[in-house]
Ligand binder design. Structure first.
Ligand code: PMV
Length: 330
């Protein structure tokens, strides 16, 4: 369902979308298992205005501390890896709406660290799709935004499951299964989760590609893992609904172990996970593709959160105190 309001067609319009963390099932979700993910209150904001050039132009303002060293070396925000998905998102939206006028200037502001597994690419692409549609006087519904986001996500990731863009589009906590099963998980009390960035940023495409390859050569082992992750993600949903942090914490620990077994953790991530548990986390795991990026730690209360944050900072991690975003793209 879409709504049109021609009066908005010439104005500068904006959309914003949250980042996300994956509570369970990353990597395995690409192979068909369910994942549980939560939208968090780190945002990207996209402004769209008409452009005289008749072309899609993209600019980005991404704080340098959010960009990896590798991206900085290849000239930071000018990097095509960062901007091309947004151009693709804008072009897919204009094609979808069959708009003749291609002249839009897309300006991205992102407070989500890049390449850290917190959904920077999905967040910026779904916000771009929403804002470009608004600039033509059309409001796309969430299902359309989710579907269109596969175009830039395919470019960036090669084999995206869709969980990132589903979470950034819908907000809240979702259980997701390929290709497009999205169940909202309503909770009375969201889990208190602390995010810690290892500072090592990496390519989701390469990591997912290597797991997909390994799943073909080790089919039996992966079959067993997929069965376990399916049970685990279902148990995560139950623990969230029951507000059972003890169960949730031990499921997160087990999920980390499975990610370690398929080779996507690193000594640095294992070290941060161990430090989080030692300083009081009820459970901890890497979140996202692995290879670097972030870990998440479940905290019993504010006091535990401070002590875990101190422990992780001592290990050189950067802390993001995130909370649940309920709105998704808007
Ligand atoms: O891009 P990341 O690090 O947030 O990873 C997304 C989750 C994966 O399962 C690794 C990939 C996917 O598309 O599901």
């Amino acid at each position: 369902m879409r709504s049109s309001s021609p009066s908005t067609s010439l104005a500068i319009v904006s959309s914003r979308a949250p980042g996300k963390i994956i509570v369970s099932g990353e990597q395995f979700v690409v192979l068909g298992a369910p994942a549980v993910a939560m939208a968090v209150n780190l945002y990207s904001k996209i402004d769209v205005r008409p452009s005289q050039s008749g072309q899609i132009e993209v600019t980005a303002d991404i704080p340098l501390h959010l960009v990896s060293d590798a991206d900085k070396r290849s000239s930071s925000a000018d990097n095509q890896e960062l901007l091309e998905p947004l151009r693709l998102a804008a072009s897919a939206t204009l094609n979808h709406l069959a708009t003749k006028d291609r002249g839009v200037l897309v300006d991205a502001n992102c407070e989500i660290p890049i390449g850290a597994g917190l959904g920077s690419s999905a967040s910026t692409t779904v916000a771009t799709i929403s804002a470009v549609a608004k600039s033509t006087g059309t409001r796309l519904d969430r299902r359309e935004i989710f579907k269109l986001a596969f175009i830039p996500e395919n470019f960036l990731h090669g084999h995206p499951s869709g969980v990132d863009q589903a979470t950034c589009t819908y907000g809240g906590i979702i259980q997701f299964r390929k290709p497009s099963k999205i169940n909202a998980i309503k909770v009375k009390r969201p889990p208190m989760i602390l995010v810690c960035d290892s500072g090592v940023h990496r390519s989701t495409k390469a990591l997912v590609g290597s797991v997909v390859k390994r799943s073909r050569t080790q089919a039996d082992k992966f079959q067993t893992h997929l069965e376990e992750i399916t049970r685990l993600s279902n148990a995560v949903v139950k623990a969230l609904r029951d507000e059972d942090d003890i169960a949730l914490g031990s499921l997160m620990n087990r999920n980390h172990e499975l990610l370690r077994q398929i080779g996507v953790s690193t000594p640095r991530l294992d070290g941060l996970v161990a430090a989080a548990r030692k300083t009081g986390a009820l459970g901890a795991k890497l979140t996202g593709a692995g290879g670097g990026g972030c870990i998440i730690a479940l905290c019993a209360d504010n006091k535990a959160r401070s002590s875990i944050a101190r422990g992780l900072r001592r290990e050189g991690g950067t802390i993001y105190n995130v909370s649940l975003d309920l709105q998704g793209v808007q």
